[in-house]
Design a protein around this ligand. Structure first.
Ligand code: SIN
Length: 527
């Protein structure tokens, strides 16, 4: 048993940004499913969007965020994001994050920060690091900082099985540690910073840890979840048969890459005036439509600058398949990338359950609306992780120890014995295929109802036990059910949610909310 002031579940940018602040006010335990550096944060290539050019720049960043979100963005949350973003990035710079800077002799002052542009941004406001390894560099500097803080204890390779409730407030969590031992943690406030759920789909850019654990656990604990139907598909994941769905950053199009269909035509003019720099949902759908007649390619062969230097990670990956950005057409198609929905929170990460907070991809402040603007997610983690920490320190003292022993007994009895992983693997693969086929990028009632029936059938053979595989499998099922229910209920097409049977957007923008088996819609009400 562990007794701390604050429990942080997840070690990406949101969790670490919170942990740094919480450490000034009490003891903190940061729990991660794998090694600390393995989170969606570390996989973010393109960069971090931030408006560091003064008021006009901030206003434009807000406008771009609202535009991309297709009428559903919570304006108050978006304003907080763009206004507080610059301070948080200055802080990262002070902590030694090495964003790319201009060398001598390129018409810029040597050492000046290097900015790039990405889709649906009206100007160049994306910082990057080591070319295309921005998330990894931000994670490196945050991990270094967190490791230097005495008040922070890290527990890696530990899976959170369930949140522990004392009455109607969250007061800790039950964990399974790396050796398979059960541990209970009592804490006065718990922050979910466990990231997204890309593994719910057969094709994803997300790492294996992204199984929606935080959302599933919060929902079971009685928290409201919102906008679960809005799943963003990144337009350009690598699409060579047998190869992983490696992310080919938005920044490639930001720096001039074209999209080419099987007939060798550049096709985006048929879909959007911003061509390859249209919002991500538009580009993803266009590639899917063009992809029905054969492969779609990224074409950067016309670029004049050194692409291997600007995109070293992507270039090294492509080299394994004897491909080069400078010389070859690169096959691409969309893959599941980012969940706009999640645990419903205010801008301070407060959920509808006392003692429980959420920040980053696991949360839904409404900041992304129906479609996230490229490179806003690292900033989201930094800003809202910090704000959640501010609110958490106001929580009352931890109610006590007795919950731990009770909850341990209850949860262990409920979940029974360990499940064999191979069984879990096949079951999960079926769920992921079903979601990809029937609840993916293009949806309709027939497909979504087929998905619902498929999930009901899978539920009958649901893995039990407290192995990591069994816990993740149950969480994926929970997430899939929430996503399909919301997708069926939303009879319109908006942002990333494309219903073939309801192609138009409704006049009123509403958020879907689900809690304890009920689903309803709430009008977007921010000023
Ligand atoms: C990318 O580099 O394209 C991913 C960045 C993001 O998802 O915002």
């Amino acid at each position: 048993m562990v007794d701390v002031d604050y429990l942080v579940i997840g070690g990406g940018v949101a969790g670490l940004s919170a942990a740094v602040r919480l450490a000034a006010r009490g003891t903190v335990l940061v729990v991660t499913k794998e090694a600390l550096a393995e989170s969606n944060t570390a996989y973010a290539q393109g960069g971090i969007a931030v408006a560091m050019g003064g008021d006009e720049d901030v206003a434009l960043h807000l406008e771009d965020t609202l535009q991309a979100g297709d009428g559903l963005v919570n304006r108050a949350a978006a304003r907080v994001l763009v206004q507080q973003g610059p301070q948080r990035v200055e802080e990262l710079l002070a902590w030694g994050t090495g964003f790319d800077r201009y060398p001598q002799g390129q018409g810029y002052k040597a050492g000046e920060l290097m900015w790039t542009r990405e889709a649906a941004h009206s100007r160049s406001r994306i910082l990057h690091a080591n070319g295309d390894a921005t998330g990894r560099e931000i994670a490196r500097s945050l991990v270094e900082r967190v490791r230097s803080l005495e008040q922070v204890r890290l527990m890696e390779w530990a899976v959170t099985a369930e949140l522990l409730l004392e009455g109607d407030r969250v007061a800790g969590a039950l964990l399974v540690d790396g050796e398979g031992g059960l541990r209970t943690v009592a804490a006065r406030a718990v922050l979910l910073a466990s990231g997204g759920a890309g593994q719910v789909y057969a094709e994803t850019t997300n790492p294996e840890v992204a199984t929606g654990d935080g959302i599933a656990m919060a929902y079971r604990a009685g928290a409201a979840v919102s906008d679960m139907e809005f799943y963003q598909f990144h337009p350009t994941a690598f699409a060579l048969p047998g190869a992983p769905r490696f992310l080919l950053s938005e920044a490639l199009r930001g720096e001039g890459a074209w999209l080419i269909n099987a007939r060798g035509e550049r096709f985006m003019q048929r879909y959007h005036p911003q061509l390859e720099l249209a919002p991500r949902d538009v580009v993803a759908r266009a590639i899917t439509m063009e992809g029905m007649d054969g492969p779609v390619y990224l074409d950067m062969r016309h670029a004049r600058h050194d692409l291997a230097a600007r995109f070293p990670g992507i270039s090294a990956f492509l080299e394994r398949y004897s491909l080069s950005l400078q010389r070859d057409l690169i096959p691409v198609r969309p893959a599941a990338h980012y969940l706009m929905g999640g645990v419903q929170t205010d801008v301070h990460g407060r959920t509808s359950v006392a003692g429980l907070y959420a920040a980053g991809e696991v949360a839904c402040t409404g900041v992304h609306g129906a479609n996230r603007l490229a490179s806003n997610s690292l900033l989201e983690g930094l800003v809202f992780g910090a704000l959640a920490a501010e609110a958490m320190v106001a929580e009352p003292e931890c109610p006590g120890w007795h919950l731990a022993a009770d909850a341990l007994q209850r949860t262990a009895a409920q979940h029974g014995v360990m499940t064999r992983e191979e069984h879990t693997g096949r079951w999960v693969a079926e769920l992921r295929q079903l979601m990809w086929r029937d609840a993916g990028l293009l949806r309709d009632r027939a497909g979504l109802e087929r998905a619902q029936r498929g999930l009901q059938a899978l539920e009958q053979a649901q893995p039990s036990g407290l192995s990591r595989g069994a816990i993740e499998a149950r969480n994926l099922l929970e997430i899939a059910r929430l996503m399909v229910a919301a997708a069926l209920a939303r009879e319109e097409s908006r942002g990333a949610h494309a219903r073939m049977d309801f192609p138009d957007r409704n006049a009123v923008a509403r958020h879907s909310v689900q809690q304890r088996g009920r689903l309803w819609f709430e009008a977007e009400s921010s000023d």
